[in-house]
Design a protein around this ligand. Structure first.
Ligand code: DX5
Ligand code: ZN
Length: 224
């Protein structure tokens, strides 16, 4: 079976003075999800937006909201982000001392549960809970900012995670976040990625919808 990958444009790179226009572009493109980066200035050095803006985007978006929480103590805000319209809620491994509990807290709201790993965090640390996780987000840059350079080691981490998912027969999707664009789409798909987050490579393109279509057109060639 050939896997069908998903493209999740990161709204962080959109023009917030023309947010409705940029959201409509995604609505009318071949993109699958909206990726929304919530940053608190504590877990990461940058601050973006919270549930208020997520809710506003949700009123315009016609595709699922993939909410990436780069915040400390994310368990305090899971219900609020779910109420704001999040379909996938991703917390950071590094921010959750009781990750198993937090994953189930997300699932109890009805959202899909994601876990993000910083570039230095080994994939193997998820071995005991991989079957509980709907999505693993491998950070291919240090979280906090768009437009950074892709960390090449992520390809090997993707292969390791794909092997783990196969061994455990887990339903988990692999998402790659940071520095993703046309230049590494094929390599990531061949390594086993399912969801590609793309910020500056999409919104910075002359024709964002065409870039999404191009990224979507690669076949994964990864049999399961
Ligand atoms: C980084 C965010 C990413 C970011 C990706 O901390 O998690 O989602 O928006 O942006 P690009 O695709 O520009 O690297
Ligand atoms: Zn993100």
């Amino acid at each position: 079976m050939i896997r069908q990958h998903l493209i999740a444009p990161s709204v962080l790179a959109a023009d917030f003075a023309h947010l409705e226009r940029d959201i409509d572009m995604v609505n009318n493109s071949l993109a699958d999800w909206f990726h929304l980066d919530v940053m608190d200035g504590r877990f990461v050095p940058n601050i973006t937006f919270g549930m208020f803006i997520v809710e506003a985007i949700g009123r315009l978006a016609k595709k699922p909201l993939d909410v990436h929480l780069m915040i400390v103590e994310p368990e305090r805000y899971i219900e609020s982000f779910r109420k704001a319209g999040a379909d996938v809620i991703t917390v950071h491994y590094e921010a959750c001392p009781h990750l198993h509990r937090t994953i189930h807290q997300i699932k109890e709201t009805g959202a899909k549960a994601g876990v993000a790993l910083n570039p230095h965090t080994p994939v193997g640390l998820l071995e005991d809970i991989i079957e509980d996780i709907d999505l693993v987000c491998l950070m291919s840059v240090n979280p906090g900012f768009g437009g950074q350079k892709f960390i090449y080691r992520t390809l090997e981490k993707t292969r390791q995670l794909r092997d783990m998912i196969i061994v455990h027969n887990a339903p988990t999707l692999i998402e790659i976040d940071g520095g993703v664009g046309l230049q590494n789409t094929e390599a990531l798909l061949q390594a086993g990625a399912d969801v590609l987050v793309a910020g500056s490579s999409v919104f910075g393109a002359t024709d964002p919808a065409a870039t999404i279509a191009h990224m979507k057109s690669f076949s994964s060639k990864f049999d399961v």
